[in-house]
Design a protein around this ligand. Structure first.
Ligand code: SF4
Length: 207
């Protein structure tokens, strides 16, 4: 059921055409595959943000887009409820690259695609559209400098592209990726890339 007010003014055909246009754009921007799914397929779980804490991630608390500065999973469950659809995209990457400096560029690409799709969607009248990325914007955009948005009520230096990750809100990305039919393998910091059959990064846009 379409619940968001803005979607009440759109026909199902219009919404579908819009989602397909976003899908085409995601592919044009470099995504390897895209799925359009009902938003209620996105599961938000309290335990997921445990993976945002050290030793799993050293950016915990270091960015305005990371826990505990983003909304809690409980708030995120309320926030996501009115959304109608979501578009999940993935970028395939070799495990060796993901563990290297080059891997940072792939993370950046997820941020850029998510933000661009959000911008396009908002521009086409779906004003609540929201892009989510993978990993911390601190690592990708502000690696060696403090988060500006956490200092003296400052503003994010990269407002147009920095977004929270799916995990930061408690989204179970592993489950979601599997549910849409893509291959995913658990990757930990201590994992040996040679032991991982394949790797990918995913982003999400809620419409
Ligand atoms: S200033 Fe940097 S670390 Fe802070 S929210 Fe923006 S991109 Fe992320």
């Amino acid at each position: 059921m379409i619940e968001r007010g803005v979607l009440d003014t759109k026909s199902a055909n219009e919404v579908n055409a819009h989602l397909l246009s976003l899908k085409e754009e995601a592919i044009a921007l470099g995504a390897n595959d895209v799925r359009i799914i009902p938003a209620d397929m996105v599961s938000i779980e309290d335990e997921i943000i445990e993976m945002c804490r050290p030793p799993f991630c050293e950016q915990y608390g270091q960015s305005a887009n990371c826990p505990p500065h983003v909304m809690t999973p409980e708030d995120a469950r309320q926030w996501i409820r009115p959304y109608h659809s979501a578009l999940i995209f993935k970028i395939d990457v070799s495990p060796g690259v993901l563990f290297s400096e080059e891997g940072l560029e792939i993370f950046k690409k997820v941020f850029l695609i998510s933000a661009r799709l959000e911008e396009l969607s908002v521009g086409q009248g779906y004003v609540f559209s929201k892009g989510l990325a993978a990993g911390s914007c601190k690592t990708v955009f502000c690696r060696d400098i403090p988060c500006e948005a956490l200092i003296n009520d400052g503003k994010c230096r990269y407002l147009s592209v920095a977004r929270p990750s799916m995990e930061a809100l408690g989204i179970n990305v592993f489950r979601l990726v599997k549910d849409v039919g893509w291959e995913i393998h658990a990757i930990l910091r201590k994992s040996d890339p040679n032991d991982i059959p394949s790797a990918m990064l995913a982003g999400l846009v809620l419409v």
